[in-house]
Design a protein around this ligand. Structure first.
Ligand SMILES: [Zn+2]
Length: 614
């Protein structure tokens, strides 16, 4: 072992133990589902049974439990319907359609029998939430077997889940089964479903779906009995599939280390199997009447996507991935995504963007499974950040700052006066638009700002560590900050608290550029906003030469490593700041704060001297 190896070992020991200290009190629940269901496509109804091995890894005795019955929200008068009425800008895909649903079009889930360890358990249902006051408490470390028998009706699709949507997909089966609510250190997560985010228990799924033999299925996990199915529908999954004679057949899926299970079924689905650059099977599942050229083009981009994600964040860990025409916007599920399928080859970028966003959620939602209700910006925002970078790479756009569109969206929100704190729970934003721009764009800018503060090298190393340390877990915002603070040696919680907890804004300004009596150039800056940040400045001389300067802010307690000339620290309580450089006024072409536009300054105009004329 040479000295470099020793240093590396010492570093990794320190790092490993520091991270395990961060972990030492961490726990999460487990739910292992075995489900058998039968779908009657003439009535759009399911009968099913579940047996769920539930492990209480918490240090708490559980005296009650909750189960989500999401389909119950799909009917007139439900909380999803009511919530649409409350918003000034409701989702048009739901607002009108939900009110017109007939009895045969609504969704429901009815639990006919519920047992824990074989003993009948009473329960009550309110909307999309089932509550059990347990006959016998579940002790810390205890494992129980929870069994249900249920009937359900698949709603006519109004958003994300359901049947017979506008693209004609017969079944998009998401949030379709009775799903145990998560219990975390924050307690039970019992949100009624009003059409926003999800949070689930990690575990495994063993799912058998009995259905008419003409249907082709795709979904989360691997189809473990593909070779036993009728080859007319399963040959893409197994080239040795047989000639089936039965009217109905059972598809058997298995998935490990996931917290949800989604599937889709259609009699006109075509399945194409490909391998990505890492050799992982990627299935493309579309209806026969879609544009073949567009779907063929999508393959190369999707394979490139996996490579870009691996290089930036970490390796995709599952045995397969499926891009499925779900037919209603785009939505993420473990090991698959449901997308709109009627795109055309001439508009391939929009289709790729949708796949890239939804598939990137497998990293930030699927694998790093944050509490999306509480921190929607951690899954939508981090996914948007990844999407912006991957799209920039896939389409060779070579933008120095691929996150500028998020900054534009944020400035628009501020201008409109619609900004709400990012700490707002997903369901409680007062406008759909505010929820969208906040969680997607401001969530992406959260990472851009942190990269700007700590520097590129530290940030890139940290985000990979975050992925590796927290995969298959539920990190909180502190867990990323912890890694960034350790790797940078900087204090960063001030940034988090202001960006997430307040609507304070960044607005720096160049207020004056003057020659001093000593023949130097004095540059005066002002913090006109309420949100302090470190500053990068670029001075362009008429000779064509450029000089870069960096002004640390005292809140970080340490300056970042940079090749820019580091100037004295700017205390955050001080409104003005002046520094001098060796130049005359006549030599200066321009001076600009944050030339690349990484910092979320609400007014770009006054970052430049001389200011551009309108
Ligand atoms: Zn998303």
């Amino acid at each position: 072992m040479n000295s470099i190896q020793k240093t590396l070992l010492a570093f990794s020991l320190v790092f490993c133990c520091a991270l395990s200290a961060q972990h030492s009190s961490y726990w999460q629940q487990e739910a292992h589902y075995t489900m058998e269901l039968s779908l009657d496509h003439t009535k759009h109804q399911i009968t099913g049974k579940q047996s769920i091995r539930y492990v209480n890894n918490s240090p708490d005795t559980l005296r009650r439990m909750y189960i989500h019955l999401y389909f119950n929200s799909f009917k007139p008068g439900s909380r999803m319907d009511q919530r649409c009425d409350q918003l000034p800008d409701p989702d048009g895909r739901i607002a009108k359609r939900i009110k017109d649903m007939s009895e045969s079009e609504i969704g429901f889930q009815k639990i006919n029998d519920l047992r824990i360890n074989g003993e009948s358990q009473s329960f009550s249902v309110d909307g999309s939430l089932l509550r059990m006051d347990l006959n016998r408490a579940i002790l810390p470390g205890e494992e129980v077997l929870l069994e249900t028998q249920f009937d359900a009706q698949v709603p006519k699709q109004i958003r994300r889940s359901g049947r017979n949507n506008s693209e004609g997909v017969e079944y998009t089966m998401t949030q379709w089964y009775p799903k145990i609510a998560e219990y975390s250190p924050r307690g039970w997560h019992t949100q009624q479903y009003v059409n926003r985010e999800f949070f689930g228990v990690f575990g495994s799924f063993d799912v058998k779906i009995e259905i008419d033999s003409k249907f082709v299925l795709a979904g989360t996990g691997e189809i473990v009995n593909a070779c036993e199915l009728d080859k007319k529908v399963a040959f893409s999954y197994c080239s040795e599939a047989k000639n089936g004679k039965e009217k109905r057949q059972t598809w058997h899926f298995k998935a490990e280390d996931v917290h949800d299970f989604a599937w889709a079924a259609d009699r006109d689905f075509l399945v194409k199997k490909t391998l990505n650059n890492e050799g992982t099977p990627v299935y493309f599942v579309r209806k026969k009447d879609t544009d073949k050229d567009a779907w063929d083009l999508l393959e190369g981009y999707t394979h490139g996507f996996f490579t870009e994600m691996k290089n930036r964040f970490g390796q995709y860990p599952y045995p397969q991935f499926s891009v499925i025409q779900g037919g209603d916007g785009g939505m993420e599920y473990p090991m698959c995504t449901m997308i709109l399928g009627r795109s055309e080859a001439k508009d391939i970028k929009g289709m790729v963007g949708l796949v890239v966003h939804e598939a990137a959620h497998n990293w930030f939602y699927g694998i790093i499974a944050t509490d999306e209700q509480q921190y929607p910006w951690m899954d939508e925002g981090f996914t948007t950040f990844a999407e912006e970078e991957v799209m920039n790479a896939l389409f060779e756009e070579n933008q120095q700052n691929p996150h500028f569109s998020s900054l534009r969206a944020y400035r628009y929100l501020v201008e409109k006066g619609w900004q709400e704190p990012l700490s707002t729970p997903a369901d409680h934003y007062m406008r759909n638009r505010a929820y969208g721009v906040s969680s997607y764009s401001m969530g992406s800018l959260y990472l851009t700002q942190l990269e700007y503060i700590v520097g590129e090298e530290v940030f890139r190393r940290s985000i990979k560590q975050y992925f590796n340390v927290w995969k298959f877990k539920h990190p909180s915002p502190d867990d990323l900050l912890f890694i960034l603070e350790r790797n940078s040696g900087m204090q960063l919680h001030w940034f988090h608290d202001l960006w997430i907890g307040t609507t304070q804004k960044i607005d720096y300004e160049i207020v004056g550029v003057n020659e001093t009596q000593e023949g130097k150039l004095s540059i005066s800056l002002k913090n006109g906003g309420s949100f302090p940040m470190p500053l990068s400045l670029e001075v362009v001389l008429r000779s064509g030469k450029t000089e870069r300067y960096y002004i640390p802010v005292d809140l970080t307690t340490k300056a970042k490593q940079t090749e820019e000339t580091t100037l004295p620290t700017w205390p955050w309580t001080q409104s003005d700041y002046t520094f001098e450089i060796e130049a005359s006024l006549g030599e200066i072409e321009s001076i600009r704060i944050d030339k690349e536009g990484f910092m979320a300054d609400i007014n770009e105009k006054n970052n430049l001297w001389p200011q551009a004329k309108d």
